[in-house]
Write a protein that binds this ligand. Structure first.
Ligand code: NAD
Length: 259
């Protein structure tokens, strides 16, 4: 029988407070993992931890800014103390600063790399060192974006930082493989998270969806399923990969021929 092998696994989800992060925390808990929910917004982290415990899971809320080394190191230490170690780290954090290359400011550029990439470096160091010391392997999964693989106007800083995240994923995978630690990323296309729902009108979303072969946005839970797969024993020989979950958006090019 196929087993996820996630029962009792000790997970840290960074950015667990809403959207894809919340969906990942819920899905991991449903699969039997114990989950530390880290978010810069303590209220959100607390609400998700309460939701997980209400569903019968073991969960703890942690607050901290994953762009700050001290916050990351203390969150990793607290999660490991709570559960007696760590086996999984899911890094969801990322936020876009859209802008045309000719108009982006230095601050937009630097902030994008902080918002999208720095936390994976910090988390992978803190979690990776602990996993290597534990000697029982583990898995790290982060959320990239199709913007790191393909592009569109306004995506310069966000896309370059997400491409960096994909490159860092590969290097981590290669360097940590001998310790039994797998490192992968999921690259979503458009996902209907609360943040997207707040910023895009329904009309705008319907227009965007028309360019996606599956003609709709993903639900956060559909991204979480890919994350659970990569975190699980089903992906025991998968490392250094970026799994695209985009309803076919990057599979097509814009020319169409009439039959
Ligand atoms: N929504 C989409 O369409 C889409 C598409 C492709 C990729 N992504 C990626 O998916 C990820 C999640 O997107 P989302 O829309 O669910 O995000 P979101 O903004 O709704 O949620 C992110 C969570 O992370 C927390 N957070 C933000 N910065 C943090 C920090 N520095 N430290 C700790 N916590 C922090 C927020 O408080 C929030 O609870 C991002 O990496 C994003 O780039 C999203």
């Amino acid at each position: 029988m196929l087993e996820l092998g996630l029962t009792g696994r000790r997970a840290l989800v960074a950015g667990a407070g809403q959207g894809i992060g919340r969906a990942c925390a819920l899905a991991l808990a449903e699969a039997g993992a114990r989950v530390a929910c880290l978010d810069v917004d303590p209220e959100r982290a607390g609400e998700v931890a309460v939701e997980l415990r209400g569903a019968g899971a073991e969960a703890v809320a942690l607050s901290g800014d994953a762009r700050r080394r001290d916050d990351v190191e203390s969150a990793v230490a607290r999660a490991a103390e709570e559960f007696g170690g760590l086996d999984l780290c899911i890094d969801i954090i990322g936020e876009a600063r859209w802008g045309r290359v000719l108009e982006l400011t230095d601050d937009d550029w630097d902030a994008s790399f902080d918002l999208v990439l720095r936390h994976l470096f910090l988390l992978a160091q803190a979690v990776g060192r602990r996993m290597v010391e534990q000697g029982t392997g583990g898995a790290i999964v982060s959320i990239a974006s199709v913007s790191g693989l393909s592009s569109a106007p306004l995506h310069a800083a966000y896309g370059a930082a997400k491409a960096g995240l994909i490159a860092l994923t590969r290097t981590l995978a290669v360097e940590l493989a001998s310790s039994g630690i797998r490192v992968n990323a999921v690259a979503p296309g458009a996902v209907l998270t609360p943040r997207v729902a707040e910023r895009q009108t329904e009309e705008r979303r319907a227009e965007s969806a028309r360019s996606i072969p599956m003609a709709r946005y993903a639900e956060p839970e559909e991204i979480a399923k890919a994350v659970v797969f990569l975190a699980s024993e089903l992906a025991s020989y998968v490392t250094g990969q970026t799994l695209v979950v985009d309803g076919g958006a990057t599979a097509q090019f814009p020319l169409s021929l009439r039959a």
